[in-house]
Design a protein around this ligand. Structure first.
Ligand code: ZN
Length: 426
């Protein structure tokens, strides 16, 4: 089932998102028309007075490569989802190559220039452009969704586990049992503390379990200072044996574990700069913003038997009792950037290869999504696809992300469905 369709009235006031079948009916009877393709939004042909809307929560799970965004209504139904793919590494590479070119030029042209690296200051809260891009693209999409749906609150995943919930985790007795929220927090805490490695054999990339250093049956406590992380094999092999007995002949490992178990994790709330910046930015939107922890998200997702996807994780952010997922075909968005302003394309050494025409080219830009009717040939048919125009009056369209491109004449284009906005859609 597809995402619900966003709906606005003739005054562009957001109304409740509607079921895709309902949307089709409105379009067939001429009561509504397409306002925007991405996100798919309909506009009703009249002004609706006293719109009765239910509040919608916008939930965000920010990730380093992909961010999940979901809309959840007041009946705990996930009605809309999207995944936003970031381009952090592309930005980093582009800036690095610009830096190399600049350094080279300045060495050539201004050889006796004074060193000027100490006169630069970064403002407080500065983030690298590749990180800032994540915050800004998410902000763009949140603002965009606020225009087409009545968002009542925003929920964002902020940290892996709540340190306040685990105050003095080393001394307080905790209920670490799997299947409880606290269990998930303790687990995440231990995984972080022991660097996701089996304490006994040093294996990584295996399922890890919570392990009592002094077994429960031998009087060991549930305190975090008595817990460590072990792979299943080691966990079973050790059983309720004493650690000194189990690791006989490996005194350095014993002392390391015992020392690490007593020491609290200092940078547990390892500040994820991007997430905090995003929270700051979202708070400026004058909507109530609440945060959830990664442990809560995982706890919800596993308890509700949901698949591990970014947009589902987003829907699971925060305290949720039930969740009904009403969509599976979600909007997949990839950040592509707005294209460069370079007029001269060079080879790897820097020699000019070709000159690029100014945008727009015959009225189109790379990244425009257009409706094309090809009248003849093997590729005859109608397409709605992303375009790359050439200055000689031809161009290419990319009907599906995996499929090959198709060469077209620009005169075959009927209309631009969605103008270039720095994203590609699937
Ligand atoms: Zn092990």
């Amino acid at each position: 089932m597809s995402n619900h369709v966003l709906l606005i009235d003739a005054n562009k006031t957001p109304m409740n998102p509607i079921h895709p079948a309902h949307a089709q009916k409105l379009m067939d009877t001429g009561k509504a028309a397409v306002f925007r393709f991405y996100p798919f939004t309909l506009i009703v042909n009249r002004v609706v007075e006293n719109i009765i809307t239910y509040p919608i929560a916008l939930k965000i799970d920010p990730g380093s490569k992909t961010t999940g965004i979901s809309l959840v209504n007041n009946r705990n139904e996930v009605i809309w989802g999207m995944e936003l793919e970031h381009r952090g590494s592309v930005i980093k590479d582009a800036l690095q190559s610009r830096r190399a070119v600049r350094l080279n030029r300045r060495q050539r042209k201004t050889r006796y220039r004074k060193a000027r690296f100490l006169n630069r200051k970064r403002p407080k809260g500065w983030l690298a452009p590749s990180l800032m891009h994540r915050v800004q693209t998410i902000e763009t999409w949140v603002k965009r969704l606020c225009k087409f749906a009545l968002i009542a609150e925003i929920r964002q995943e902020l940290v892996k586990f709540d340190m306040q919930q685990l105050e003095n985790p080393e001394i307080s007795e905790t209920d670490y049992q799997q299947g409880t929220l606290e269990g998930y927090s303790v687990r995440e805490y231990l995984l972080e503390k022991y660097d996701r490695t089996c304490c006994y054999c040093g294996k990584t990339d295996v399922p890890l379990q919570i392990e009592h250093i002094q077994a429960r049956s031998k009087g060991g406590s549930n305190r975090v200072s008595n817990l460590c992380i072990a792979c299943e094999k080691c966990n079973q092999k050790k059983g309720d044996r004493d650690i000194k007995d189990f690791l006989k002949g490996k005194p350095d490992i014993i002392s390391k574990i015992l020392k690490q178990a007593k020491a609290p994790l200092k940078d547990a709330a390892a500040v994820n700069a991007t997430r905090w910046k995003l929270l700051e930015t979202l708070k400026m939107l004058e909507l109530p913003v609440t945060t959830g922890t990664g442990a809560e998200t995982k706890f919800n997702r596993i308890r509700l038997h949901l698949a591990k996807e970014h947009w589902i994780d987003a829907a699971c952010v925060g305290v949720t009792n039930i969740l009904k997922v009403l969509t599976s075909k979600i909007l997949r968005v990839k950040s592509t950037g707005q294209g460069g302003r370079k007029k001269c394309q060079t080879d790897t050494i820097g020699y000019p290869q070709k000159y690029r025409p100014l945008k727009p080219i015959h009225g189109f830009c790379t990244g425009d999504i257009v409706k094309t009717v090809i009248p003849k040939g093997v590729n005859r048919g109608t397409y709605i696809a992303r375009l790359c125009p050439y200055s000689d009056g031809n161009g290419e369209i990319y009907p599906k992300s995996g499929k090959k491109r198709i060469g077209i004449k620009l005169e075959y284009i009927k209309k631009a469905v969605h103008r270039k906005d720095g994203y590609s859609y699937a």
